[in-house]
Design a protein around this ligand. Structure first.
Ligand code: FMN
Ligand code: EPS
Length: 395
């Protein structure tokens, strides 16, 4: 199982992750991990921090000569900004008198107030530092290793931005093709908004810019597409084995994500069953044929299991909580009415979040693969995968 733990504060020295039970024999391309880190940093709407950070992974264990050994893999990413915070964020007791950048005016929508009460601190910096989405940099590195694992089984994970504020672009079923190599998705990769629809992209950028100028922020919707999945990852037999549940949990754990829908999602509630459910087909005359569907409204999941069709998931991100025209709040020390603290901040992080959704979904799918085709080495897992594929073909 691909379980992992992350550590690190936003302005601390570094971010760390340890990943458990990656099979041995998996070739790891560090350049690809760094490309994923760059993709996460490149989105439109980000604040000043991204000009400081140049995220690069350092692997300190679990890999030898580019190949996984089967033991825990440890990853590090340095925070370049740490040099400006080394006393403020020092782990050493002798720096305890060095208290600055104290935050006592909690920001509505951030973890500040509830975290302060729960962890019994009046310096809300103690909460901000770990609740910050800086942590998603290291999750993206874990996701990049999971993506490399999945590509051994020809699984591809990609995403695009389909909404910013009220502006909506095309959804998967409105696109001529949802292939990663399509012209549309080539445009997505080039777009700083991760939107392949140029007209909508211009409108979206305008909305981000005007809201920033007004001291405000905007959220949006990301669509995630995963292709090449076998039938039957996940299970219906127990609530905690359902893959839709695991994916929703992983995606909802991304900072500022407030909704996840699979396939038609909420739209399905407005349609009759006859227009929602995907009819089952089988081509008897094709030797390679197996069961397939007339449509993919289910988004590739039925009964908590993959159907073999592409997985389609939409993720809703709320607007960034830190506002340059701040909302009302209360100082946690004096209890006086104040306006919320203003920190350097992003005005829109939906394109960045799109890359994070790819990462966390890849980790969840890699876990499901390990569960179904379990083995200590990649060769053993591939053998199990091939044998299952033969079994499915004969069904
Ligand atoms: C990539 C990314 C960047 C973010 N940048 C900021 C930011 O600059 N300022 C901010 O206030 N919140 C930012 N957030 C959102 C907060 O981290 C998030 O709202 C906060 O941790 C509270 O969690 P919740 O929104 O899930 O309840 C960002 C989120 C993501 C995914
Ligand atoms: C650092 C990242 O995102 C940060 C997430 C974040 C928050 O409150 O979540 C606040 C900002 O941090 P800072 O106050 O240092 O500018 C973002 O830049 C990152 O994504 O790498």
């Amino acid at each position: 199982m691909f379980s992992y733990l992350t550590a690190g504060e936003s302005h601390g020295e570094m971010l760390t992750a340890i990943i458990k039970s990656v099979p041995s024999g998996l070739k790891i391309d560090q350049t690809m991990i760094n490309v994923e880190l760059k993709r996460r940093q490149s989105g439109y709407g980000r604040g000043g921090r991204m000009a400081i950070e140049k995220d690069r992974v350092k692997i300190t264990s679990g890999i030898r000569h580019g190949i996984t050994l089967g033991g825990p893999i440890a990853l590090l990413i340095e925070n370049k900004d740490w040099k400006n915070w080394s006393k403020t964020m020092s782990v050493n007791e002798e720096d305890a008198s060095f208290i600055d950048r104290v935050l006592t005016n909690p920001r509505p929508g951030h973890a500040d107030l509830v975290g302060g009460i729960k962890y019994n601190t009046y310096d809300l910096r103690n909460i901000l530092e770990r609740s910050s989405a800086r942590e998603t940099a290291i999750r993206t590195a874990v996701g990049a290793i999971s993506k490399q694992f999945l590509s051994e089984f020809n699984v591809e994970v990609y995403s695009h931005v389909v909404g910013i504020g009220r502006i909506k672009s095309k959804k998967w079923y409105e696109l001529p093709e949802i292939d990663q190599t399509s012209e549309y998705f080539k445009k997505v990769e080039k777009s700083s908004l991760r939107c392949g629809d140029s007209k909508k992209e211009t409108e979206m950028k305008y909305l981000i810019d005007t809201s920033r100028r007004n001291g405000d922020t905007v959220g949006g919707i990301i669509e995630l597409i995963i292709t090449g999945l076998p039938i039957g990852l996940g299970s219906f037999v127990q609530w905690d084995e359902k893959l839709d549940g695991d994916l929703a949990k992983a995606l909802m754990s991304i900072q500022a994500v407030k909704g996840v829908e699979i396939g038609l999602g909420f739209e399905a509630t407005e349609l009759p069953g006859s227009k929602v459910h995907d009819e089952i087909l089988f081509n008897k005359h094709n030797e390679e044929a197996s069961f397939h569907r007339s449509s993919n409204h289910s988004g590739g999941l039925e009964g908590g299991m993959t159907t073999g069709e592409p997985l389609i998931i939409r993720v809703a991100m709320k607007p960034i909580p830190t506002l340059m025209k701040p909302l009302r709040t209360v100082d946690v020390v004096t209890k006086e009415n104040k306006t919320a603290s203003k920190e350097r901040s992003d005005s829109c992080a939906v394109p960045a979040c799109s890359i994070i959704t790819e990462a966390v979904a890849s980790i969840t799918i890699a876990e499901a693969f390990s569960k179904k085709f379990g083995g200590d080495s990649i060769a053993e897992m591939k053998q199990n995968y091939r044998s299952y594929s033969e079994f499915v073909k004969k069904y």
